[in-house]
Design a protein around this ligand. Sequence first.
Ligand code: RIB
Ligand code: CA
Length: 312
Amino acid sequence: MAARKIVIDCDPGQDDAIAILMALASPDRLEVAAITTVAGNVPLALTEKNARALVELAGRDDVPVHIGCSRPMLRPLETAEYVHGETGLNGANLAEPRIAPAPGHAVDAILGILAREPEGSVTLVPTGPLTNVALAMVKAPEVMARAAQIVLMGGAVDLGNVTPAAEFNIYVDPHAAHVVFGFGLPITMFGLDVTHKVTVTDARLEAIRAIDTPAGRAAYGMLEFYNRYDRQRYDTEGGPLHDPCTIAWLLEPALFEGRDCFVEIDTTSPTCIGRTVVDWWRRSDHPPNATVMREADADGFFRLLNDCLKRL
Ligand code: RIB
Ligand code: CA
């Protein structure tokens, strides 16, 4: 079976980095047509540089990295150095990337790929704020409608992680999320409910430490740093691997379980803006617009992660 074409739209971030490495380690199953970058965890100048450093780490200079939007559609940018460190990839210890960004804005790169590839053959995998994806929908809806599906990390059925109500990716650009969830493409949503079930425990971190390769060492360094925040903030054993859930599902969908739900984005409440309001119990008459994942086979997930890292 031909590899599935994907575009990863991201804001690296250590968890974005693990997702990128897993995808680049699986060329038999995932063809990464492009990586597009957006401001989020850290400013755009860092997220795009981090993405270029990661494709070099994976030995995949063939994958173009495009620079995207530097701020949300309406709200000012809010970043998360408190989680990811000043570089956004603290712990990775990667060299300055040699490769240049690919020509063309990320929005135009997404549209160009969808226009040239057969309809229904490209999956979009956003793992940061949805600004690039939403603006592509605004700029050329007929082209964006050619996408097969959207597999995204964002939102939550229950509590948020930036405010009591909102998860970071949706909170940073709730208006973009409103556009994306209202557009009509099939969405598979990995929110905090499921991502917090795949946390980097000490034992799982030690298993990654045993992968004595450049990618294994970078992954260990990133996750060792990344664990720090959640241990202190939530008194948990380690950090949740949010973004890699998207790639893990594309590689092994049986690792996850969810339900088709109607999801809408709060874009107005002063206390709940950025909340994904998930109609889990079908209380509204709205038809589902997303498959919301809530269960994960954590041991299976980390087995897959380690297998991917060993292939790089
Ligand atoms: O809330 C977690 C999400 O926000 C992840 O994508 C993380 O990388 C940050 O972007
Ligand atoms: Ca991210």
